[in-house]
Design a protein around this ligand. Structure first.
Ligand code: UDP
Length: 235
């Protein structure tokens, strides 16, 4: 069983079928899914949420100063973190949003030792604001925060993809899913797991990654209990 886990959620998990914006019903369902999976386990949970449902620097910021475009993206992740916090707390789970960009009216500033303390007290810590630096993605935030708070694993939650395949399973019917891979396999075969910067950091530090379908009934719970689900990437 894992003791401390970093769960990476895509911003799109908060939106309706359009993939854009924050839908309160969808957000509530996601919060409920996470809370049910946690119930009765001893797992301490940290969450990093992306912002792709609101803004992606490279996609939406064409013609802009790229750093500014990325800062807008980071602010989007704080909006998502607040929406998830609202939904989790409405369902009775104590949480804290910690932002890498200081905005004390809505979120605590990110302070590593404080984040660890929250986790020890069984609060779900939701990291907003990415790394607080442009030219990164929330994949790197997930890896960085996981290492900082001493998480055992990064759980990369996907929708409708239940692991890492040798080719895109939505395009190729003969695509084969891997049960386990090394970080180096992922690099050498250029498999789509997370961006290269994040993956390299995991490889350097020996941090395991699991890629799994969060919306498949029971998957998150099984992972929290230490069962094998999806694809495990380790050194
Ligand atoms: N971003 C950034 N630095 C970070 C994290 C995020 O600049 O440390 C920006 C970047 O523009 C990115 C956007 O925030 O495109 C949204 O994050 P991401 O694309 O990772 O969200 P996801 O696809 O996981 O929803």
């Amino acid at each position: 069983m894992f003791k401390r886990v970093l769960l990476k959620l895509s911003g799109e998990f908060l939106s309706d079928d359009s993939g854009f914006g924050i839908n309160p019903d969808t957000t509530r369902q996601l919060a409920q899914l996470i809370i049910s999976a946690l119930e009765g386990t001893q797992v301490e949970l940290a969450v990093v949420i992306g912002g792709g449902n609101l803004w992606r620097g490279a996609r939406n910021g064409k013609g802009m100063d790229p750093a500014t475009a990325d800062y807008i993206g980071m602010l989007g992740t704080v909006m998502n973190a607040m929406a998830l916090q609202d939904a989790m707390e409405a369902a009775g789970k104590p949480t804290r949003v910690m932002s890498a960009i200081q905005m004390q009216a809505v979120a605590e500033p990110y302070i590593r030792r404080r984040a660890i303390r929250h986790l020890e007290k069984d609060r779900v810590v939701i990291f907003g604001g990415g790394n607080g630096a442009p030219f990164f993605t929330t994949d790197t935030t997930s890896t960085l925060r996981a290492l900082e708070v001493g998480a055992d694993v990064v759980l990369m939650a996907k929708n409708k993809v239940d692991g890492v395949y040798d080719k895109d399973p939505q395009k190729f019917t003969d695509a084969v899913r891997f049960d386990t891979l090394t970080h180096m396999d992922v690099v050498e075969q250029r498999l789509a797991v997370m961006d290269a910067t994040a993956l390299t950091l995991c490889m350097d530090k020996g941090l395991p990654i699991v890629v799994f379908d969060i919306f498949q009934e029971g998957n998150l719970r099984r992972l929290f209990e230490g069962e094998r689900v999806g694809t495990l990437i380790r050194t």
